[in-house]
Design a protein. Structure first.
Length: 254
């Protein structure tokens, strides 16, 4: 356990020194802050505009951070020639993957908090109600990006950073289109319909984590439903981490 926490903490320290990550956070903060100004310049409910733009900025930049963090897991160690030193120690590769992921998860959580906190403070200053649905939306943004980061981490174990980013982005886009693929499957017949339907039930539906449209109307999830969605995320993350560990265990570094 001590070795696991050491790997996780070292990973957090490494990424907290990364200027690119800070750049993304700064841009995200500017967009979150700018949502208040834009809400005054648009026609419609200003509170809804702030929430839509603010949560959209939090989700977008958290997703970018998740992809960036995940795909750099192995590539960063390879570029710095440290993976051989790490693997030369009596540390199981599975512990290395898990420790790295825990560190990345903490870094991602910090990223989401830093982006969401100004939005919440701005809502308080503007007398916009900060409801349970908002807290749930932020939590589900983190859960979704944690799943996306798992996919990026998995890709980092067998491909380059560029291809890994492309694969992860494709995963993200398809994950938000599962309901449309399912509707398309209903128009098919026979084996094709069964195959496509099966795919949609196995593939993670990222729309389950999308609560942004409900926040302006203060529509929160029931505790049981919220817990179920979090369990859904944990189940997929577990499967993805197991797959990443299996591939990493069999990979040769020369």
């Amino acid at each position: 356990m001590r070795g696991l926490s050491a790997i996780a903490w070292t990973t957090v320290q490494e990424y907290l020194r990364d200027r690119l990550l800070y750049g993304g956070v700064i841009v995200g903060l500017l967009l979150v802050a700018g949502s208040a100004l834009l809400s005054r310049l648009t026609v419609g409910d200003p509170d809804r505009v702030i929430l839509d733009l603010g949560l959209g900025a939090v989700q977008f930049f958290s997703t970018v951070a998740a992809i960036f963090l995940g795909i750099g897991l192995i590539g960063r160690e390879m570029d710095r020639r440290r993976v051989h030193l790490i693997l030369a120690k009596p540390v199981p590769r599975s512990r290395l993957i898990l420790g790295k992921y825990l560190g990345l998860s903490l870094t991602l959580a910090l990223n989401v908090v830093v982006l969401a906190l100004p939005l919440i403070l701005m809502l308080v200053m503007l007398d916009v109600p900060v409801t349970l649905s908002l807290w749930q939306a932020v939590a589900l943004i983190y859960a979704e990006t944690a799943v996306v980061m798992c996919v990026a981490l998995l890709c980092s174990t067998f491909t380059t950073a560029t291809l890994g980013a492309i694969f992860t982005l494709a995963f993200y886009v398809i994950g938000h289109c599962v309901m449309y693929v399912r509707a398309f499957a209903d128009k098919l017949e026979g084996v094709a319909r069964t195959a496509v339907k099966g795919f949609t039930y196995l593939y993670p539906d990222l729309e389950y984590f999308n609560l942004k449209g409900h926040v302006p109307y203060h529509q929160s999830l029931a505790a049981s439903d919220f817990t179920l969605v979090l369990g859904y995320a944990v189940a997929y993350m577990t499967c993805l981490l197991l797959a990443a560990t299996m591939i990493f265990e069999r990979r040769d570094f020369v």
